[in-house]
Ligand binder design. Structure first.
Ligand code: PMP
Length: 398
């Protein structure tokens, strides 16, 4: 059909391309550091004990699979809202926040983007340079112009904070600013508390619209510590969008569990917002799937399971930290002329390792070690068995 013959091939997803190359590689010692998932020390994606227990409870009920409400499972939305803002926070207490279950963090971002396009059609969106590669595409597909604000500084391997602040100070009022709440993807470089204070001040004073993306709560410094910035923004009192995901923190990638929360200035305003958000959801996918939401709601609202989750999440966080420390210590030994101390300063699953595109290619061609061209490595793909080989290979290409 002429309809189809005019269709050209879309560009390949660069990160999925790495996995394709990795899968085709016959070297038994191959390592994929290009991934975006947490692997345990055996190199496996874990199924958390708290999830198994919640699933056993749900299984016994043999409950019918009716439709969920448009905005998702009520118990889920409540538990997530309390996790995100704090049960004792003013926004929750005063019923000024709304939370809708979403199809993962991606779905939450898309709902937020579609909602914003309806009510702030002329605003522009600003994302960090660099950012998770889907941020730009998501907001552009909702019809927005997407700009970058300075973020990563390759020279210091940290945040170009003056550049970021300067950009925030010059954006038009009403601009939508996407911020990574913790564990910045792809760099691993986060803002300090003090820097957040300044960002919150400027965003509030200038009437910018903050959209916090929290895909890695609990992977940085802990559930509370990582979520603190959301609470601080909520206390500042302006409009606030928060997308969060349980893909990583519950290791529930394929169940697609996330949520969009919006903080408003009154309960009445929040009700109007929810009514409109429901229209966005209804015309996208009608209502979310049931299983993942039930699992997360069961874990979060059952004290023993919640404690187990917190322990298991801490286990993932600590293992990543240990791998960061081992990475730095081993490189100090094998490549003493190079300083990788910044890797232990970074937070979350990822590290901008400083490896160049050429070095990444050499690692792949010589050692079957796969990383992203930008030098991004997934620290959670390192383990006791592969780390020495990875370090030797990196030392050889430096
Ligand atoms: N935001 C960021 C920063 C991410 O890294 C990811 C996923 N890796 C998402 C959102 C999307 O999360 P999900 O997989 O739950 O859609």
């Amino acid at each position: 059909s002429p309809l189809f013959s005019a269709i050209t091939m879309a560009p390949r997803d660069p990160i999925l391309g790495i996995t394709e190359g990795f899968n085709a590689d016959k070297n038994p010692a191959k390592v994929n550091l290009g991934v975006g998932v947490y692997y345990d020390d055996n190199g496996k994606v874990p199924l958390l004990e708290c999830v198994k227990k919640a699933e056993a409870i749900l299984m016994e009920k043999f409950a019918p699979r009716t439709y969920l409400p448009i905005e998702g499972l009520a118990a889920y939305d409540k538990a997530v809202q309390e996790l995100v803002f704090g049960a004792d926070s003013a926004v929750v207490q005063e019923k000024r926040a709304i939370t809708a279950q979403a199809i993962g963090g991606t779905g939450a971002l898309k709902l937020g983007a579609d909602f914003l396009k309806r009510f702030a059609p002329d605003a522009q969106v600003w994302i960090s340079d660099p950012s998770w590669e889907n941020h730009r595409a998501l907001f552009e597909s909702a019809g927005f112009t997407v700009n970058n604000y300075p973020y990563y500084d390759a020279a210091t391997r940290g945040v170009n904070f003056s550049g970021m602040l300067n950009a925030l100070n010059t954006m038009p009022a009403g601009s939508i600013v996407l911020l990574h709440a913790c564990c910045h993807n792809p760099t691993g470089a986060d803002l300090s508390d003090d820097q957040w204070t300044q960002v919150i001040e400027v965003v509030t004073a200038r009437g910018l619209v903050p959209f916090l993306d929290m895909a890695y709560q609990g992977f940085g410094d802990g559930i509370e510590a990582d979520g603190k910035v959301v609470r601080r923004f909520a206390e500042a009192g302006g409009a606030l969008f928060v997308s969060n995901s349980f893909s990583k923190s519950f290791s529930l990638y394929g169940e697609r569990v996330g949520a969009l929360s919006i903080a408003a200035s009154s309960a009445e305003e929040a009700a109007r917002i929810m009514s409109q958000l429901k229209r966005v959801i209804r015309t996208n996918y009608s209502n979310p799937p049931i299983h993942g939401g039930q699992v997360v709601a069961t874990v979060l609202s059952t004290p023993e399971l919640r404690q187990l989750w917190e322990e298991e999440l801490a286990g993932m966080r600590v293992r990543i930290r240990e791998m960061r420390a081992a990475f730095v210590a081993k490189l100090k030994e094998k490549a003493p002329a190079h300083n990788f101390d910044f890797v232990t300063q970074q937070r979350g699953m990822f590290s901008y390792s400083g490896l160049t595109k050429e070095q990444v290619e050499k690692l792949r061609d010589n050692n079957s070690i796969y990383a992203v061209d930008t030098g991004r490595i997934c620290v959670a793909a390192l383990n006791q068995r592969n780390i020495d080989a990875v370090i030797d290979a990196i030392a050889a290409v430096l």
